[in-house]
Each structure stands twice: as C-alpha cells, then as structure tokens.
Design a protein around this ligand. Structure first.
Ligand SMILES: [Fe+2]
Length: 376
C-alpha cells in the first residue's frame, strides 16, 4: 500500500453557521476582498455578511462580477483589485463559480505572473495565497473543502482546473439553510455534480483508503436524499444530507482525482457556457457504459448503491435517477451539433488527457468522439 492524503480543510457545518462569517473573517484579516456573484445580494446573504464584518470592525471591498463558468479574465481583474485596495484576506460566497474564482484571484494576487502558467503548471516553485473564508450557497462543487478551481479562458474557450493545497480555505462555513435559496434549475445539476464527484473519485485508480470512505458515504447520502431534496428544497433532512455529501467528497476528489466524465464535460461548458451538471448528465451514463470492463466490480458497487443490480445496468440506473430529478439531457438540448464533435474531441484530448488516462478503462480519441456523438 502506498498513498498520501493532505487536505487541511477547516469546516464549520450546520444550520445557522452563516452567523459566523464576521468572526471567522476577523480571525484572518482587517480588510476583506469579497468575491461573489449577483445572487448573494438578491438573497440577502451579502447584506448579512457586510453587517457582521462591520460589527467586527473588518473593512471590505465587494467584487460581485463572477458569473457561471468563471473566466481567467475575471480572475485577473479581481487579482489586480486585491492589490490595489490593500485587502489582506478573501471572503468568497456563492456557488462554485465565486469560490473557484476567488482561489484564482488569491493565487495570482499573491504570487504574480500569468494565470495560465498556474493552470498549465508552467509556474514552478512554492506558492502561497491570501487566507480565504468560503461560504458555499450551492451543494455541488465541493470547492469549499479542497484547493481546486476550474477556470475558462474566454479567448480559447479552454476550461481547465488548477489545484494547489495553499488554495484550501482557512475556514469554510457550510450552512445548509443557505442552499434553500437555489432555484430548481440549479439544484438538480449541482446535486448531480456532487454525485459525479462521489462516483468518479471512487472509481479513480488513485482512490485510497482515506478517500474511499468519503466517496462511498457521499454516494450513500446522495442516493438517499438527492431525489427528496429536488422534490422539496425545504426538506431539511434531505438538504442537509446532499450538502454534507457535496462538502465531504470535495476533500476526497482533491486527492483521488476525477475521471472521464469531468474530463469530457469541461470542453462542453468551455465552448457553450452550459451548466456543468447538465453536461455531466448528458455524458456520464454513456461514458460508464464504455468503461465497465476497466473495473466491473466497482461499477457494480456504484450501480447497487443507486438501486441497480450489477455493472451492466449502471448506465441505465443513472439515467433512471436523472429522470427522477428532471435532468435527462442530450447534448443537442444544450445547443451542440455533430459539427462540434471535432472541436470538443480536440479540446478534450489536449486539456483532459490525464482524466481520460485515469479512467478505469482509458479512453482514446476515437472513443471520445464516439461518446460525444452517442450523447447527442
Ligand atoms: Fe464537477
């Protein structure tokens, strides 16, 4: 046996924990750079956080321009502002997009250079970051419990992750009550994203004795609560369960890695800015059907957790689950045509090669193109 596990996540979990935002930020700095999207103003979370910061005597600057599938250009803009305004810590609030963008901004502001050099691992050396307090308001990416961020370059449409332990939040405040402001159109895709993180980190050959229990427990929670949460966002037990699963598996996949479905999805949301969870829904069952021979026992285990019989019905079992949360998606529904397959395949083979090679059955160019075609 040979493995390593280092995920220093500091998680405060529970209903009402959003009241700790001010005191947690005050532990790490005197002026906070707040990274968020537009929705935290609408839901009242931004105002709630600002009041707490004022009570703690913490100054702040608000950067609320982060949109879905965050851009490297937004990260550059935010990083410049962190330096200009003299902020010494970061508060990220919202879905995975603000949380991921905040990581990119923190890395760039602290260490300088070009964000692409970090994404493509051309930058060498030890890096540091501003302390981050993360407050997720969606239960999917698990960004609050790891040092991963996924960014898209708007000029090339290249969507790719960067990962450094220094980007793990100093404090993550995970309050399931905040999830209840999500629209249904967001809840389905994010909970399926969490399920994909659980399944992929379990199926990954890099899974180890520390990551597997997180992945399996997260799958069990999602199998039990995902449909209930999607049927009724105010079902507290179900929302608590899917939120816990999402956060828990964030730590596991930081170490175990993600496999072909994430590798093949990123070109989709990179090219057409679709919801990540919808892209995963369109691809995952078909990719699994192509991959069973790589590890039939593990695909059978996943299938049984989700209500299936064995490895052969894994894809169908996932499709059945998707139909129960109104997430049966085809790539054509998302605006893709057969003419896109060559670009998607090229992007995937260039940017996601490691995830394709990590798949239980490694996927080559022809099979990747075939899967995109079958998923139309
Ligand atoms: Fe994901």
């Amino acid at each position: 046996m040979d493995f390593s596990f280092y995920v220093p996540a500091n998680i405060k979990f529970g209903r009402g924990k959003a009241d700790l935002i001010g005191s947690e930020v005050a532990r790490y700095g005197k002026k906070a750079f707040i990274v968020t999207g537009k929705s935290s103003a609408k839901t009242g979370l931004l105002e709630r956080a600002l009041k707490q910061l004022e009570n703690e005597g913490v100054e702040y600057e608000v950067f609320d321009k982060v949109a879905e599938n965050p851009l490297t250009t937004t990260v550059e803009e935010g990083a410049a502002l962190i330096k200009e305004t003299g902020c010494d810590c970061i508060l990220s609030m919202g879905g995975g997009s603000p949380l991921d963008a905040a990581k990119g901004m923190s890395l760039l502001a602290k260490n300088g250079g070009d964000i692409d050099d970090y994404i493509f691992k051309r930058a060498k050396g030890e890096f540091t970051s501003y302390p981050i307090v993360a407050v997720p308001t969606t239960c999917g990416t698990g960004s609050e419990s790891n040092g991963t961020a996924v960014l898209t370059n708007p000029a090339t449409k290249a969507k790719k992750g960067l990962a450094y332990p220094c980007l793990i939040a100093k404090s993550s405040i995970v309050d399931p009550e905040l999830m209840e402001t999500m629209p249904k159109s967001v809840l389905g895709p994010v909970t399926f994203d969490a399920l994909c993180h659980s399944m992929e980190s379990y199926l990954s050959p890099q899974a180890n004795p520390f990551t597997e229990p997180y992945s399996v427990d997260a799958m069990l929670y999602l199998a039990k609560y995902m449909v209930r949460a999607n049927d009724d966002i105010h079902d507290q037990e179900a929302i608590d369960g899917v939120t816990l699963a999402s956060t828990m598996v964030g730590a596991a996949f930081f170490v175990a890695g993600l496999i072909a479905p994430h590798g093949m999805e990123h070109p989709l949301s990179g090219l057409r800015n679709i919801k990540h969870g919808r892209g995963l829904a369109a691809l995952t069952p078909t990719i699994y059907e192509h991959s069973i021979s790589g590890n039939p026992e593990k695909y059978a285990f996943v299938s049984r957790i989700l209500g299936g019989k064995d490895e052969n019905d894994c894809g169908m079992t996932i499709r059945r689950l998707l139909s129960r949360i109104d997430l049966e998606v085809y790539l054509s529904d998302e605006g893709f045509t057969e003419d896109d397959v060559e670009w998607l395949t090229d992007s995937c083979m260039t940017l996601s090669k490691a995830r394709l090679e990590l798949n239980p059955k490694p996927l080559g160019r022809e099979e990747v193109a075939e899967i995109y075609m079958e998923s139309m």
